[in-house]
Design a protein around this ligand. Structure first.
Ligand code: AMP
Length: 295
């Protein structure tokens, strides 16, 4: 695996790959890699001939300087995790490769960026959209892989790829969870043992609310009892817990064919996010599982 820090060096390689008819799959990350990130690498391998993982802790998507400072930086161990997976390039751009002197351009996606994390983290999605656009262009990606764990981010990136005519296919990949259901995240490292014991309740409460809505309970009631469940279990506060349409994150008052229940909540100073599917699509998934079991 090559570690590359300059876009000019990367371009020589990607140009040769494309000339040789090889497709390029890209997995953008901020490092501190866990099994969630590695699942994206596997997905990239299954769709592309060459795989590039990018590692860039993007200052423009952090709202608080303190958060940026605290973000884990573990390039060496990240690289060690990627080598056995057969990654071709780890691209760790120097800051000036992303933000040259005089940098003055922002990619700002309206609609899907509004509300949810967009409301509680102003400017966050502008930072994400700008850096992801640049990384997709610099890597000359044919396909790029993002986790459903950050569901709103995935929708923002799908939107910008369509709107800006990027030739890349954006692929969403399922959330990878710990055995107790907690969605894997680099932030989980900041949970002390009491908080770590409480955190799995997020997935449990979301799944219960999703089932209740699918069975016909009103969205308002299901969301209300999910909120209470989180606070009773020890979460400190909830930024949002909302049902949205899965495709474009439009608010939903009632269930629809394909919805997404999304949450952001605080636990002892750590902000955790998660989401689950709601609707006919997840019901048919349950039916499928039943059929498999009965055979
Ligand atoms: P990050 O390094 O946090 O910016 O995440 C890089 C990519 O990994 C994003 O596309 C995330 O959505 C994805 N990701 C993070 N956690 C998970 C997870 N538990 N399961 C699947 N993908 C994830």
């Amino acid at each position: 695996m090559k570690i590359i820090r300059r876009k000019s060096d990367l371009r020589i390689l990607t140009r040769n790959w494309h000339r040789a008819g090889k497709s390029i799959g890209v997995v953008p990350t901020m490092g501190a890699l866990h099994a969630g990130h590695l699942s994206l690498v596997e997905a990239a391998h299954s769709r592309a001939d060459r795989v590039i993982v990018t590692l860039f802790v993007n200052p423009r998507q952090f709202n608080k300087a303190e958060d940026l400072k605290k973000y884990p930086r573990t390039e060496e161990s990240d690289a060690q995790k990627l080598v056995p997976l057969g990654v071709d390039v780890l691209y760790v751009p120097k800051p000036e490769e992303i933000y040259p002197d005089g940098f003055a351009t922002t990619v700002s996606v309206s609609g899907v960026s509004a509300g949810l994390c967009g409301a509680t983290r102003p400017g966050h999605f502008d930072g994400v959209a700008t850096v992801v656009t640049k990384l997709l262009l610099q890597t000359d990606a044919d396909c790029a892989f993002f986790g459903e764990k950050d569901y709103q981010q995935l929708q923002v990136i799908k939107r910008l790829a369509i709107d800006l005519d990027l030739k890349v296919e954006i692929v969403g990949c399922p959330t990878i969870r710990e055995a107790d259901g907690l969605a894997m995240s680099s932030r989980n490292l900041r949970l002390n043992s009491t908080a770590r014991d409480i955190a799995p309740v997020i997935k449990k409460v979301l799944s219960e609310a999703a089932t209740d809505i699918e069975r016909g309970q009103s969205v308002r009631l299901a969301v209300g009892s999910a909120r209470n469940g989180l606070i009773e279990a020890g979460l400190d506060s909830i930024d949002y817990l909302e049902l949205r349409r899965a495709s474009d994150l439009a608010p939903l008052e009632t269930s629809c064919e394909s919805g997404r229940l999304l949450v952001a909540a605080w636990l002892q100073g750590v902000r955790l996010i998660d989401n689950v599917p709601v609707g006919i699509s997840s019901l048919s998934g349950a039916k499928h599982r039943l059929t498999v079991q009965s055979n």
